[in-house]
Design a protein around this ligand. Structure first.
Ligand SMILES: NC(=O)c1ccc[n+]([C@@H]2O[C@H](COP(=O)([O-])OP(=O)(O)OC[C@H]3O[C@@H](n4cnc5c(N)ncnc54)[C@H](O)[C@@H]3O)[C@@H](O)[C@H]2O)c1
Ligand SMILES: O=C(O)C[C@H](O)C(=O)O
Length: 281
């Protein structure tokens, strides 16, 4: 979206736009950063194939945030591979708490909710507590084990509402994992409006918090919860209060989920190592 679009999109209450390519102007005393500027993938690529092209952008943006932004700034990384770019951005902004950095998996969460809402013929907002574990990539694990759907006046587990475990453990997961690629195949361009909506949803959750009993998914630094590798930007279910996220603890993890959570963790560790060495070049 260009500057004129931002001003003229009437759903956004936009007071002003400053168009600049000077980081000292762009990042000066900002409260929130939506880091979108990066190369998108083409058909046939995985998002991690963008690492070499994009990771240095996030190194430079981390350095600029470190120098110019408020120390309370909340930074959302959208440019792919989003989780690892967020990790690098935080690494090069050491004066900003690393909890202030997050990577977008809200688009995956919204996609998962919309698949289930479509199956049940209910509004998307009636599906809650879908989890995206791990990387915003084709290894992500969209998990419905803890999700509920509002059907016939009550919240019921999605597994009970759908009554089709083969679908929920099969096509549902691969559809969400491959949705970005399906959009690129159809448009010859990456998702745009749905990604912008997800970025707004993500930041709105940070600013307004999560309602009681609800959680959302975002890529945040792993503290080792759920036996994930500490220090990678892993997508977890989180609750948010006073602009601080907390990983939802103690959800039961069965063998099916464990295997999928480990696959996406392994990919994140590989990406982290590649990104760190690319930044040292
Ligand atoms: N995490 C998600 O869910 C999600 C969703 C959609 C898109 N994306 C990613 O967002 C990124 C942007 O996608 P797009 O479709 O808008 O691409 P695009 O090619 O339409 O736009 C990219 C923009 O980045 C700018 N840019 C290039 N180098 C830059 C730099 N060094 N600093 C600042 N800006 C720079 C370009 O000028 C261009 O305007 C891609 O990496 C894409 O894969 C992520
Ligand atoms: O798939 C992509 O490369 C773009 C974006 O990450 C998406 O999920 O739509």
């Amino acid at each position: 979206m260009g500057c004129y679009d931002v001003v003229e999109v009437v759903v956004v209450e936009c007071l002003d736009v400053v168009a600049t390519d000077d980081p000292a102007v762009a990042f000066k005393d900002i409260d929130a950063a939506f880091l979108v500027g990066a190369m998108p993938r083409k058909e046939g690529m995985e998002r991690k194939d963008l690492l070499a092209a994009n990771v240095k952008i996030f190194k430079a943006q981390g350095q600029a945030l470190d120098q110019h932004a408020k120390k309370t700034v909340k930074v959302l990384v959208v440019g792919n591979p989003a989780n690892t770019n967020a990790l690098i951005c935080a690494k090069y902004a050491p004066s900003i708490p690393r909890e202030n950095f997050s990577a977008m998996t809200r688009l995956d969460q919204n996609r998962a909710q919309s698949q289930i809402a479509g199956k049940l013929g209910i509004p998307v907002s009636d599906v809650k507590n879908v989890i995206i574990w791990g990387n915003h990539s084709s290894t992500q694990f969209p998990d419905l084990r803890h999700a509920t759907a509002h059907v016939n006046g009550q919240d019921v587990p999605v597994y009970d509402a759908i009554k089709d475990d083969a679908y929920l453990k099969g096509d549902f997961i691969t559809t969400v994992q491959k949705r970005g690629a399906a959009v690129i195949a159809a448009r010859k361009l990456s998702s745009a409006m749905s990604a912008a909506k997800a970025a707004c949803d993500h930041m709105k959750s940070i600013w307004q918090g999560t309602p009681d009993g609800h959680f959302v998914s975002m890529g945040v630094f792993s503290d080792g919860s759920y036996n994930t590798p500490e220090g990678v930007m892993y997508s977890f279910p989180v609750t948010i209060q006073d602009q601080k996220w907390t990983i939802v603890k103690d959800l039961p993890i069965d063998d099916f989920a464990r295997e999928k959570m480990d696959i996406t963790a392994k990919e994140l560790c590989e990406e982290r190592d590649d990104a760190i060495s690319a930044c040292q070049d």
